[in-house]
Design a protein around this ligand. Structure first.
Ligand SMILES: C=C(O[C@@H]1C=C(C(=O)O)C=C[C@H]1O)C(=O)O
Length: 183
């Protein structure tokens, strides 16, 4: 288990005054990221699954899900691509205790976006978005670098909670003509 680096997930009220508008617009957009990336890429959107399965969840994930540290859960890590370029690294987790019957649904997703599930079922409610500069140790080696902005939120349906974290990669900013080092 990687030791938790000194970082904090912060809410819009704590971050918005200091963020460049272009960044805040992405970090705290409450709509479907899948739909937004599909539009931005003119339909050239895809999901590349990286890892899926049962793992021990990180301390910050356990705290957000309200389960004991070291609890096991279902983990899905993917790249969201625009025009064949990885634009977002996403890690979605759900605690085993709450996954009765839902784990097989997650396991069957494959290259279908999780968002299609979460935004098509009105029973899912999205909690508050938080953001942070994402600890590089928690990124896949291929995209690991300091200072990448990430966000997370929890989708709730009855006793199920799915914590979705999304890290915006430099290629997404560059595609929009934004210097990633200026964020
Ligand atoms: C929650 C959404 O689903 C997206 C799709 C994901 C996946 O397929 O694993 C993960 C994170 C999200 O960016 C969304 O579209 O907003």
């Amino acid at each position: 288990m990687t030791a938790a680096p000194a970082f904090h997930w912060l809410g819009a009220d704590q971050l918005l005054p200091a963020l460049p508008a272009g960044l805040a617009d992405w970090l705290f957009d409450t709509g479907s990221l899948t739909r937004r990336l599909t539009a931005l890429s003119a339909g050239r959107f895809a999901v590349t699954p990286l890892a899926e399965g049962w793992q021990s969840l990180r301390d910050d994930e356990c705290a957000a899900l309200g389960v004991a540290p070291g609890s096991e859960g279902w983990v899905r890590e993917v790249y969201l691509l625009g025009g064949e370029q990885p634009w977002v690294f996403a890690r979605s987790v759900a605690a085993r205790a709450a996954l009765e019957g839902f784990a097989p649904v997650l396991a069957e997703l494959g290259r279908r976006p999780l968002g299609e599930l979460l935004f098509s079922d009105p029973a899912f409610e999205r909690g508050a978005l938080q953001a942070t500069r994402y600890p590089p140790a928690w990124l896949p080696a291929a995209v690991r670098r300091e200072g990448l902005w990430g966000r997370r939120s929890c989708f709730h349906r009855e006793n199920l909670a799915v914590l979705v974290a999304e890290v915006f990669l430099p290629e997404l900013w560059q595609y929009q003509g934004i210097d990633p080092d200026a964020l």
